[in-house]
Design a protein around this ligand. Sequence first.
Ligand SMILES: Cc1ncc(C[n+]2csc(CCOP(=O)(O)OP(=O)(O)O)c2C)c(N)n1
Length: 542
Amino acid sequence: MVGVTVSTVREVTYEVLRNLGMTVIFGNPGSTELPFLRDMPPDFEYVLGLHERVAAGIALGYSLGKGAATFVNLHSIASTGNGLSAIQDAWHMHVPLVVTAGQQDRRHLLAEPFLISRAVETVRPYVKWACEPLRAEDVPASIARGYHLATQPPMGPVFISIPMDDWTHDCQPVAPRQISGKLQSDPAALDELVQALDSGRNPALVAGSQIEEDGGWHAVVALAEHLNANVYQDPIASRWTFPRSHHLFRGGLLPAQQPLADQLASHDVVAVLGARIFLYYAHVPGHTVKPGTKLFQLTNSPSDAAAALAGTSIVGNIATAAEYIRAHSKPRQRAPEDSAPSPDPRPEHPVTPAFLFATLNRVMPRDAIIAEECPSAKGELDRYVRLDQPGSFYSVPNGVLGFGLPAAVGLQMAHPGRRVVCPIGDGSIQYSVQALWTAVQQNAPVIVIVLRNSDYSALKGFCDFTQVGRNVPGMDIPGIDMVKIAEGYGIAAQLVDRPDELEPALRGAFATAEPRLISVNVAPGGQKTMGMDQSVHPPNYR
Ligand SMILES: Cc1ncc(C[n+]2csc(CCOP(=O)(O)OP(=O)(O)O)c2C)c(N)n1
């Protein structure tokens, strides 16, 4: 066209990313990405992860911390495969990652060259949209389209595969657009819930992770206080979405049918805000809730609404729904319930997880953030760590280890004014240990606390829980020196063996503005599986 300045796919893509606010690129490069990455504009930053699980996992933490979409650039199928578990985490956690990966040169794809990628097919079950644009000049608009899809509720990752010869093609600019994707629930359906709450004897709320996705923390606290209702956290919560020391908070629900129904048995109306009904782990059949209980679900996910096992589901934004219910329902009075504080754990040798978390809770700033992955010590963490601010807690969304450390680094990068703590098992840290290096390179002062019990305690606990027995291989991991490994990546590290060494080590870590790793020799845990023991009648796999 005469008189129109023609840019390249590469130039237009950088302009699209700039307009969408995605100027930090998380990745691990390969030959198929070099034509894009060369001469990166100076207003962009590249954050290198030494493994793609780590690069995409740090992006995930960054996205959670910023509450914004984040751009990831992986290498062909080689690194999309490696990064898949982080993409899966983003899928389950509703995190808007815009993931791209290089593809071989279009001109010889038919000949199946070295590094040819079937990444689109590989990631499809775990993304909202996966495509390889049919034409080179569609690449920037595909990234914009992916962004707009990723950021609409329920948010989630998208994937675009880009052949390496596309970047030099001519391309027209892509005009920036705005999309408002906030969906309001049907007021008639909310009125039904209001009526149930008004006529209920003892209603309860279940807080789920979507409360944070929808910016509903304060609206839900206000609703709970208005209703004077007990509040439970959803089972195996990937985010804490209610202040832990609030007088209405009653702890987490158990992840199995009958035990969960038993926990809620005293309530005649249960409103689940932003969670599935329900996320289970052990198969203990039973009712979803006690028969006769009126069960409601508010969710931003049509898929979760469709999959709920029981009750009435109302799709829409959680924050505005909570505000509507508060404005239309009757306030309730009732005498506060007593809840005995957990007893102070004693300093024992080896250190117990309970003592570790009680000490951490005493020492850490009240606005600290936890990104955790300590399977057998989860119960103690839950009991002793009390954080009351939004955005304080993140955990493995679907049981795939490797989430915790990269998420902690990304969260720390997103929140330079808050301190991120990563309590992590000596087994779990091995799945994404390279994130330590990025923490050092990015000056992200994350505090990593390794619970060193030299085994897979959670699995041993599960063996007992399900009566599989202990004659199972691969349960012990002796001889790992995390202090040396951390030092090898350039991070200051120290070993804690005795209980009296713990508090000074933690205080020392909080006093510096650098990343730190503290490896604590702890007593093996795993007496309970996600808070459950034989009393719940677990499945028997023997
Ligand atoms: C990627 C992945 N591999 C394996 C597992 C199975 N798994 C669940 S818990 C666990 C043990 C983790 O060990 P550690 O971090 O030391 O915690 P501990 O059980 O000792 O508390 C393993 C291997 C998993 N969930 N995810």
